[in-house]
Ligand binder design. Structure first.
Ligand SMILES: [Mg+2]
Length: 171
């Protein structure tokens, strides 16, 4: 079904049925940061801290981002989860490292993000579960604009093929 089709597609991270993921045997959630957990210029909110804290009861929670160390500073300080910056997604290097470091099998890992070209492509390349969410805001990092351009082309094609359509969330 194409290199960029996610396993699941939801409006945002709050809509993901985590209890189902748990039943499926998922042990580790790997979140993207920008436009998945927060907007690109938002510092770590208390609300996010509470929410992640809840998730940590059932899953190992990690964040991987292509953004800088400086960007993740407030998240590192407040969230108390491993955060990998400058991950060069869709390179599988970081996720491969995580899987070894925590002795996790591929079917125990799930990557969640807002970009087909980085988050979903990475997950597909590494053969793990992928969940696409809509970007929280329209505003992206400059380096993302090319990816969004390609993403629009893919989405056009996927809509025609009935693989994936923006706003038509998977059940
Ligand atoms: Mg993102």
């Amino acid at each position: 079904m194409g290199y960029f089709t996610p396993t699941m597609y939801k409006k945002n991270v709050r809509e993901i049925p985590y209890h189902i993921l748990k039943k499926m045997g998922i042990k580790c959630l790997i979140f993207d940061l920008d436009n998945t957990l927060a907007t690109i210029d938002e510092e770590c909110s208390d609300e996010l801290v509470t929410w992640i804290h809840q998730l940590k009861k059932d899953f190992l929670v990690l964040i991987i981002t292509n953004n800088t160390k400086k960007r993740v500073a407030s998240y590192k300080k407040k969230l108390n989860v491993p955060i990998y910056s400058f991950a060069l997604k869709p390179s599988i290097k970081t996720v491969s490292k995580i899987s070894k470091e925590y002795s996790l099998k591929k079917d125990e890992l799930c990557i969640i993000g807002d970009q087909l070209m980085t988050d979903i492509f990475l997950g597909k390349r590494f053969s793990i579960m992928t969940i696409l969410v809509d970007p929280i805001a329209k505003k992206d990092l400059k380096i993302t604009s090319f990816n969004r351009f390609v993403e629009r082309i893919i989405l056009k094609r996927y809509k025609r093929l009935q693989y994936l359509e923006r706003g038509k969330y998977y059940e």
